[in-house]
Design a protein around this ligand. Structure first.
Ligand SMILES: [Fe+2]
Ligand SMILES: [Fe+2]
Length: 240
């Protein structure tokens, strides 16, 4: 187990595997940050149900763009230019959950409830990371606090729709059914060699399977509280 703490000046001296994994994780993280706004700004921003909701959509997008900026700076410092993810089509995103388009308010709410929550798990992986410039991005409370704001907004909206019952509840259940598998898939394969290497190099804290288990428990508890059905965790999955 590697337990050194590195700064930018140490990067060049590291094992090629370390360099590759760090480059890779930063490109993926940057892509996931900007992937959200690209899914919902176009249709959801102009059609938000109230002015306050509209402001929150805009603010959420702005915060993700700032998260992108921080990851992109960190990547740029080690020679990885991630500006291509700003303009490439959604279909090309590294992570499947970001490859579509969000067109309904229910999907926007559930995206915050389920997918931003995976985002929080991803960011938490970097707390205490061996690469200090990355660890500092997530240890500064701002980024994770903003992520929690997105999650809480989505969770509260989903709970409100569910509490209304009838058609509103059916629609929110439909959105949960659409996003649940995508959220579980975002953790990657449980039997991932790469996830072990990330841990070995101190670039992640949990295995994919562990993080997914914790997430599933958290989300299932919330779905129960909302009186919603827990979707079949094996349905619609790309990886297990
Ligand atoms: Fe974010
Ligand atoms: Fe977010």
């Amino acid at each position: 187990m590697f337990n050194e703490k590195l700064e930018l000046k140490d990067f060049e001296k590291q094992d090629p595997e370390y360099q590759d994994l760090l480059r890779r994780v930063l490109a993926i993280q940057a892509d996931c940050e900007i992937g959200g706004p690209n899914l919902y700004v176009k249709d959801i921003l102009p059609n938000a149900p109230t002015k306050v909701d509209q402001l929150i959509v805009a603010r959420t997008a702005a915060e993700e763009m700032d998260h992108y900026r921080k990851m992109a700076k960190c990547a740029g410092d080690i020679g990885v230019d991630v500006s291509y993810v700003l303009s490439w089509p959604n279909q090309k995103r590294y992570v499947e959950a970001f490859r579509g388009q969000i067109t309904t308010w229910e999907d926007f709410a559930v995206f915050g409830f389920l997918i931003d929550r995976v985002g929080r798990y991803q960011l938490e992986e970097f707390i205490g990371a061996s690469y200090q410039p990355l660890a500092r991005i997530v240890e500064d409370p701002q980024v994770i606090r903003e992520e929690e704001g997105h999650i809480d907004f989505g969770t509260n909206k989903a709970a409100e729709f569910a509490a209304k019952g009838g058609e509103a509840k059916e629609r929110i259940q439909g959105a949960v059914d659409r996003w649940y598998a995508k959220g579980l898939d975002m953790f990657g394969r449980s039997e991932s060699k790469r996830s072990e290497r990330y841990m070995y190099w101190g670039l992640k804290r949990r295995t994919n399977g562990e993080a997914r288990r914790q997430y599933t428990e958290e989300v299932n508890g919330l779905l129960k509280q909302m009186g919603l059905q827990i979707p079949d965790p094996n349905k619609g999955r790309l990886y297990t």
